[in-house]
Design a protein around this ligand. Structure first.
Ligand SMILES: Nc1ncnc2c1ncn2[C@@H]1O[C@H](COP(=O)(O)OP(=O)(O)OP(=O)(O)O)[C@@H](O)[C@H]1O
Ligand SMILES: [Mg+2]
Length: 485
């Protein structure tokens, strides 16, 4: 298979260049080649007119190319300074010169107007700040070309805006920024030019000024994508998920504070909120991953005392926010990842043994239905592109046909064509009589899919909107903690 096929990409100094393409199109592969993580089989890279070849990230960095990868690589227990200088520490007589390190990092923070403090512990920082530490690492190593692979996927809109301010400033300073993103509005907001990859080939390179979004989508997918599809409302039936007074304490703080909600069969209830206002804890508490006070009922059954596995058996499917840590085993085969939840009963299990051909068939079905692009079902999960891992886990959970599905960030890292596919699947799942609790940081996703919208703020549900009265402005206010008296 060719992950990158005769790719030509030219980026000017001082330019922010966006890279788009479907999941598995080869974006991360291309960036990894630039950064010396992978070697190309053919082709060349030129930097400021000179041909270069990197056989390691260290070489790339020495030549001024730095990359922030999809997941971050910080030492949580270390300070901002220690993380930034790690591996490139200033020394005096062979010893770490802490004062010089702190001064250098402080100077960079001020020059680039980053909102960081040198002494803060990396593990205590919100995700947007952690990302700034990663950028700081590159600046400290004097990178002239910065490669960011889906940097905004895990950021709040406000954090993303702050990142863009930093990137524009770096570009104005003559640096080159290569930015991978799935979000059309970001391409036009921050990029001067965009290149689209499809099946490892460049299908389009254009300035972003006046760019038509439909044309961009077509270059990515090779077909028309209906970006403004409107979904009909559901027909709610009996209560399928009932949550009463759910409370989670962390220290003496209530991260989830007395939350009650119901989701009916045939209904999608959306949960909106700025990340970090208890949504993740709500989902984890319902799934049984996090101890909580209060009650959780699936249909008539009280499952509060049950663990994760028993809740699944009782009819709860769950797509976690972090597919890498909670949802999947990266080194295990795709087929085995897709067997989870099906492996204790027929047809996958027979006479106490897993049937390999049944495991494979089951995986093939999910892969086909959800358009998961993978080297094969026997390939390790981690060889799938980020968005394809997401599609696989979501497909596995939908295939459970559980009466209740709790799903967090279902389309994070997923390309725009696949987003439409996932939305269509979720609505079909609802219309088949299932209940869905949908937690998403994408307000448009919550608005587009939900029959009712709940807004969380500081651990509480502070507002509820019916589908026809839910508008972005009212929800935005509630998300900021402003509610009507
Ligand atoms: N180590 C590997 N072994 C085999 N195949 C791989 C490996 N790494 C990536 N691939 C394959 O190369 C192709 C391109 O993957 P890549 O990660 O570059 O996609 P991407 O454009 O970044 O997608 P996404 O938007 O989902 O992040 C995929 O089909 C992927 O499965
Ligand atoms: Mg990728």
């Amino acid at each position: 298979m060719l992950a990158n096929d005769h790719v030509d990409l030219t980026v000017a100094a001082g330019e922010i260049h966006a890279l788009m393409g479907e999941n598995g199109a080869g974006k991360s592969t291309l960036m990894s080649i630039l950064y010396g993580l992978l070697r190309p089989d053919a082709g060349t890279i030129e930097l400021a007119g000179r041909e270069v070849s990197f056989d390691s990230p260290a070489r790339a960095i020495a030549a001024g190319v730095g990359m922030v990868q999809q997941g971050f690589a910080l030492f949580d227990s270390m300070s901002v300074v220690d993380n930034v200088v790690y591996g490139a520490e200033p020394t005096r007589r062979g010893l770490l010169d802490r004062r010089a390190a702190t001064a250098a990092v402080r100077e960079l923070i001020e020059r680039h107007e980053l909102r960081l403090r040198p002494g803060d512990r990396a593990g205590d920082l919100p995700v947007g700040s952690r990302q700034q530490v990663e950028i700081l690492k590159l600046l400290y190593r004097q990178a002239r070309v910065l490669v960011l692979d889906e940097p905004t996927a895990v950021l709040t809109p406000a954090e993303a805006d702050r990142l863009f301010v930093v990137l524009r400033e770096l570009a104005a300073d003559g640096r080159t920024v290569l930015l991978v993103t799935h979000k059309l509005h970001e391409v036009t907001a921050v990029g001067e030019a965009v290149t689209v990859l499809r099946d490892g080939r460049v299908t389009m390179t254009a300035p972003t000024r006046g760019l038509d979004q439909g044309r961009l989508a077509a270059a990515m997918t090779g077909r028309e994508v209906d970006l403004d599809r409107v979904y009909p409302p559901g027909r709610p039936g009996a209560e399928a998920l009932t949550v009463r007074n759910l409370t989670v304490r962390r220290g003496d703080r209530r991260v989830l504070d007395d939350v009650s909600l119901t989701v009916r069969a045939g209904e999608i209830v959306g949960v909106a909120g700025v990340a970090g206002n208890g949504q993740t804890e709500l989902v984890a508490a319902i799934a049984g991953l996090l101890p909580a006070d209060g009650t959780v009922r699936l249909g008539e059954r009280d499952v509060h005392a049950l663990g994760v596995r028993e809740r699944r058996a009782a009819g709860l499917a769950h797509v976690p926010e972090d597919r890498g840590e909670v949802g999947a085993a990266p080194t295990a085969r795709l087929a085995d990842n897709l067997a989870v939840g099906f492996h204790r009963r027929p047809p996958l299990l027979r006479r106490g043994l897993l049937r390999p051909e049944a495991v494979r068939d089951h995986a093939e079905r999910i892969v086909t239905r959800f358009g998961v692009r993978a080297p094969g079902v026997s390939a390790p999960m981690r060889t799938l592109s980020g968005g394809n891992q997401q599609k696989a886990i979501l497909g596995r959970e939908l295939a459970q046909e559980a009466p209740v599905l709790v799903v967090e960030q279902p389309t994070r890292g997923v390309d725009i064509g696949a987003v439409v596919g996932i939305h269509t699947e979720l609505v079909a799942y609802r219309d088949a009589g299932h209940a869905i609790l949908l937690v998403s940081a994408e307000l448009s996703e919550v608005l587009g899919l939900s029959d009712r919208v709940l807004v969380m703020y500081e651990g509480r549900v502070v507002a509820e909107f019916a589908k026809d009265e839910a508008d972005a402005e009212a929800i935005g206010l509630a998300m900021a903690g402003v509610t009507a008296p």
